[in-house]
Ligand binder design. Structure first.
Ligand code: CP3
Length: 342
């Protein structure tokens, strides 16, 4: 029997959508916090295959999600390319910056990334052995634009200003940076698939800050290149793309990139998604993650409204963005019941 998530990705309209949640392995779970403590810190957890597999499995055991997502981070690719990376507790990631030619020249080549990323492939292979037979395994990477925003600025930024500035003042260098990340991402995802990932998701968290031709050049084009190369190497591999806050640019995103599924954030309504995006294929989303904090009847009503609005085509139920550390695990169970009884 084919896994529910794989059926939705293949374009099947199902009576009940498969369910998983972005950041489902995370700080809102006491068992995650305990394992992270054991690992020492977040990055040590990412590079410890046994413990990374353990935290990936925790939400599957607790909630019975239809898919598990590899536990890692999109910023491991810059680190594998030679950037310094560390996490400041309570603040987020910090990296060495890329402001000009000299910084770019210090980066390593694509062939060298696997020394650093080897433990991630090991996590995938442990998971492909240990997951329940009905649970699909999702690999992932950041999209080149989103990864570049962190590599250029050395941290998360509200408006991705430093990456826009480099793009606009030294386009040639910026394109070479995007190409380097794109090539590394292809190799990274290809290894995840070889190790047992059944689908991969490309997270373009900051796609919404690209407008007009820049959206075509830096959100669509690199994603399209990654998808087409992966599908050449792994025929039949389904791929999920998440150009977060793309708004009107969600329209046509399946066709423009070759993605099998387009994940949508909660700034667009499920009705709009059904009429404008699901017409081209599977969609994933899009409950506001704040409901995982506030719960109550509003959570049930909204989860069921989304499920019903997207019932006419292939749909994977998810949040519009990652679950936050202040979420209540009981609300997650409540969401799953609501969707399955809608
Ligand atoms: O979804 C999953 O459960 C899989 C694992 C995963 C993580 N990060 C674990 C993580 C995935 C898919 C990501 C993606 C990621 N990482 C993105 C794209 C998606 C998005 O959220 O927009 C981005 C931009 C990052 C970079 C990153 N990693 C930031 C900005 C932060 C700090 C923010 C925060 O929540 O603290 C992280 C840390 C991070 N990545 C955590 C987790 C579980 C929290 C770290 C901890 O345990 O302290």
């Amino acid at each position: 029997m084919t896994k529910l998530l794989m059926r939705a990705l293949a374009g099947e309209t199902l009576p009940t959508p498969p369910i998983w949640m972005m950041r489902q392995a995370g700080r809102y779970l006491p068992e995650y916090r305990a394992t992270r403590e054991k690992a020492g810190d977040f990055l040590s957890l990412c590079y410890n295959p046994e413990l990374a597999a353990e935290v990936t499995l925790q939400p599957i055991r607790r909630f019975g999600f239809d898919a598990a997502i590899l536990f890692a981070d999109i910023l491991l690719v810059p680190q594998a390319l030679g950037a310094d990376l560390w996490f400041v507790t309570g603040e987020g990631p910090r990296l060495s910056t890329i402001t000009g030619e000299d910084d770019f020249a210090k980066l390593g080549g694509v062939d060298d990334i696997h020394d650093t990323l080897g433990p991630v492939y090991e996590t995938v292979s442990i998971l492909s052995r240990e997951l329940p037979s009905e649970t699909a395994l999702i690999g992932f990477a950041g999209a080149p634009w989103t990864v570049a925003t962190y590599m250029v600025a050395g941290r998360g930024t509200p408006d991705q200003g430093p990456a826009h500035a480099l793009k606009d003042t030294n386009r040639d260098l910026f394109i070479r940076l995007i190409d380097r990340i794109t090539e590394a991402t292809i190799e990274y995802l290809s290894r995840q698939v070889a190790a047992g990932a059944e689908t991969v998701k490309i997270f373009d968290s900051w796609a919404g800050s690209l407008k007009g031709q820049d959206f075509d050049d830096f959100a669509l084009a690199p994603t399209k290149r990654i998808i087409s190369e992966l599908k050449d190497r792994h025929p039949g591999l389904p791929i999920i793309a998440f150009p977060r806050e793309a708004g009107e640019r969600y329209i046509g995103f399946h066709k423009a990139t070759g993605a099998d599924c387009v994940a949508v954030d909660n700034s667009v309504s499920a009705e709009w998604v059904a009429a404008n995006v699901q017409v081209d294929g599977c969609v994933q989303g899009n409950l506001a993650s704040s409901h995982m904090v506030t719960g109550g009847q509003a959570l049930v009503d909204e989860a069921q409204a989304i499920t019903r609005a997207l019932r006419g085509g292939p749909h994977i139920f998810n949040l519009g963005h990652g679950i936050t550390p202040d979420a209540d695990p009981d609300n997650v169970a409540k969401m799953i019941d609501a969707v399955r009884s809608a």
